[in-house]
Ligand binder design. Structure first.
Ligand code: PRX
Length: 677
């Protein structure tokens, strides 16, 4: 085995390499109304005009104090954007629209049960709710600027209300995906040092009212064990006035928001004007090693970037009804349900439920009823809806002008179904590549300026200057179609500021591999490495091949294999665990788990169940593996490293390659027999 061959297996290595497709073009009607039809924007955002070009983005916001320095690189690669500027994110998403749009729906909430009415919240109503919640957080829970607040909530309008209330106070929110376990939430409370946890009693999913509050009890316990006390737990009620959890509130610690907020009726809280570089939020995301890391986004840079990309790429106008069917607990929901659309005074739809419940026609009924004209979802959902209800969209009278796909590569066949059947051949599609860390889209076509090519994300976003490197840091020729590691040469306002509390991890994760000089304050020496492999075709379009590290993208959600493996090791019989990504028809990738047992234990279904349970408890159901295989030994190198590449080939039914140099080549046949029969 060569020195450079990774011990594990990357998604990129098992990626599907489909053939190049012909272009599709947006309609003349779309182009005629589009926000961005000016090709010269690429010139304006060329590297020659860096960094001053970003003023164009910043000027989409209202500043309390205008900034004097576009980019400060003195602490590179921890950059500061729009230095000297002051603003408030909640003011920009709410207050500034009151003049022109106060009676317009800011949010439309669609509960999962179809017999519950939709709830439209106007900008005026949002203003009132955000103010009252900000007053409660400040006066009742003692939250002030710079404090962290952990929010563990489902898809309900009280979630963006709570986020915007934090932003109003200059507090830093840390939203944890509702589907994560109490333990995962507790670890995030602990890492961020949050004294307040905001949660909800229950929510609907697939026709059942799920209890949620008990996760808060677990979370507080886990954080306390790590030395962080969540002093107050604030519980929203799914049905205001009725407590829907069988886990009672803890005396002196837990408070029902719907009761307490009555004291703050009519209160207004002046938005706290924070420096542009003040952190707006943390979003924990999985990495190669250790626990999830707190990706830190700043107020001015992030908000400018999400606002501009929402306007230019998603083509949001104030009179559009925009529906992004992601969860606000992930970055897509932060940037493209809450901050971007609201900064543009759009109407943003929030859907509580799952797309296929009670049937695969549900999304299209919602689209018809609300007259949604911009739609945004992930390939995994498109695949699911195509499988469950291929003819459903045609039954409903809705018309999308624009559709987004995000989070994973989309197969050309699936793209074409999205285009012809969901979009009825009328909608422009953007395949947007980005990450929690990038804040907003970094690769995509500009919908009115460039053709769409199924299976390709497209060129880099304006102002994003990409390069593909080989393992040794040599540039791979642009447009050569040769795979390598994707990097971005320059900083941009939406990029993460750092990892919360861990600058070193920030540098080592994203920059160490291709950094040219660790002491440099010149941004040219710090290409950003997102951790994905890619190829660029001769037309300049990029195709993303997948992760090159120990991260698996399951249904568009990032999971660290190390996190899953360490959960498996909590099962007392398990000696070793290895997690590999397997191609899946619907979810893109799913984890397969291989475990070997300590001496004296025999393989049994109860051990497999215990492994599944450990993953549910420590991470959440989204990390559930497709299979748990109990093997007598792992294929290993002579130095004792588990060869995940071999296990992945077996799980995916592909060639395992040369295994003669393994310490124990005989296990390969045994494992293959177990998996493939
Ligand atoms: O591997 C890339 C993949 O998703 C990862 C980022 O995951 P996360 O931070 O959870 O954010 C997901 C939503 C932005 C990337 O490193 N990815 C994202 N978008 C695409 C993609 N892969 C291919 N095509 C995309 N459009």
């Amino acid at each position: 085995m060569s020195q450079k061959e990774p011990a594990g297996v990357s998604e990129a290595a098992i990626a599907v390499h489909w053939q190049e497709e012909a272009y599709y073009h947006p309609s003349t009607e779309f182009i005629a109304q589009a926000n961005m039809t000016d090709k010269s924007i690429y010139e304006r955002f060329s590297l020659d005009n860096f960094p001053e070009c970003w003023k164009e983005y910043a000027d989409l916001l209202d500043w309390d104090q205008y900034w004097h320095t576009t980019l400060d690189t003195s602490t590179a690669p921890e950059y500061k954007w729009f230095v000297g500027g002051k603003l408030n994110a909640s003011y920009n998403c709410v207050d500034r629209h009151l003049g022109e749009h106060k009676n317009k729906a800011a949010l439309i909430y669609v509960p999962e049960p179809e017999d519950e009415p939709h709830l439209a919240i106007t900008y005026q109503e949002l203003y009132v709710r955000v103010n009252e919640m900000a007053a409660l957080l400040h006066d009742f829970a003692g939250v002030k600027a710079g404090d962290r607040v952990t929010i563990h909530m489902p898809m309900v309008p009280e979630l963006p209300v709570t986020m915007l209330a934090c932003a109003r106070l200059g507090a830093i929110h840390s939203v944890v995906f509702g589907g994560f376990s109490g333990k995962a939430c507790g670890e995030r409370i602990s890492d961020s040092g949050s004294k307040v946890l905001v949660t909800m009693d229950a929510y609907y999913r697939s026709g059942r009212l799920l209890e949620h509050k008990s996760k808060a009890d677990e979370a507080v316990k886990v954080a306390a064990n790590e030395g962080v006390t969540a002093e107050k737990v604030l519980i929203w009620q799914r049905y205001p006035g009725k407590y829907s959890s069988d886990t009672p509130p803890v005396e002196g610690r837990d408070f029902i928001v719907n009761d307490v907020i009555k004291q703050y009726h009519g209160q207004r809280v002046e938005p706290v004007s924070v420096p542009a570089e003040a952190p707006l939020f943390l979003m924990y995301t999985s990495g190669t090693t250790g626990r999830p890391k707190g990706v830190q986004h700043g107020t001015g840079g992030y908000l400018a970037y999400t606002t501009a990309t929402s306007k230019f790429v998603q083509d949001i106008h104030p009179n559009d009804v925009y529906w992004c069917m992601a969860d606000i607990g992930w970055i897509t929901g932060h940037s493209y349900i809450v901050y971007g659309p609201l900064a543009l005074a759009a109407t943003s739809v929030i859907f509580e439920g799952v797309p296929t419940y009670p049937d695969a026609g549900r999304p299209w009924r919602i689209a018809e009823q609300l007259d949604v004209n911009i739609f945004h979802t992930a390939p995994t959902t498109v695949r699911m809806l195509r499988k469950a209800g291929p003819d459903e969209p045609a039954k409903y009278n809705y018309h999308f002008k624009h559709m987004t796909t995000v989070g994973e590569p989309i197969e050309p066949e699936v793209w074409k179904w999205y285009y012809h059947v969901v979009g009825k051949g009328e909608a422009a599609i953007v395949d947007t590549y980005w990450q929690t860390e990038t804040g907003g889209f970094v690769f995509t076509t500009m919908p009115a300026l460039q053709g769409m090519k199924p299976g390709s994300a497209g060129p880099a976003m304006v102002g994003i200057h990409p390069v593909i490197y080989d393992e040794d840091g040599n540039e791979i020729a642009a447009g050569s179609g040769i795979a390598g590691n994707l990097c971005i040469r320059n900083p941009w306002p939406g990029m993460l500021q750092t990892i919360w509390g861990d600058s070193q991890r920030f540098v080592s994760t994203y920059f160490a591999k291709y950094n040219k000089n660790p002491n440099s304050t010149d941004w040219r020496d710090w290409p950003y490495f997102p951790g994905d492999a890619a190829v660029q075709a001769a037309d300049g379009y990029f195709r993303i091949l997948g992760r090159v590290d120990d991260v698996i993208n399951v249904a568009g959600h990032r999971l660290g294999t190390k996190e899953i493996e360490s959960a498996c090791l909590l099962v007392k019989e398990v000696a070793e665990a290895a997690v590999v990504p397997v191609n899946d028809e619907v979810k893109g990738k799913v984890p397969d788990i291989y475990v070997s047992l300590k001496p004296g234990y025999d393989a049994s279904d109860s051990i497999k169940k215990a492994v599944m349970q450990a993953i549910d408890d420590n991470i959440g159901k989204i990390a559930r593996p497709a299979h748990v295989y109990i093997v007598s030994d792992m294929p290993k190198t002579r130095s004792g490293k588990i060869m995940r590449r071999v296990l992945s080939a077996i799980s995916n039914g592909t060639d395992v390659g040369d295994v003669t140099t393994l310490a124990n080549p005989q296990v390969v046949d045994e494992v293959r027999g177990l998996v493939q029969g």
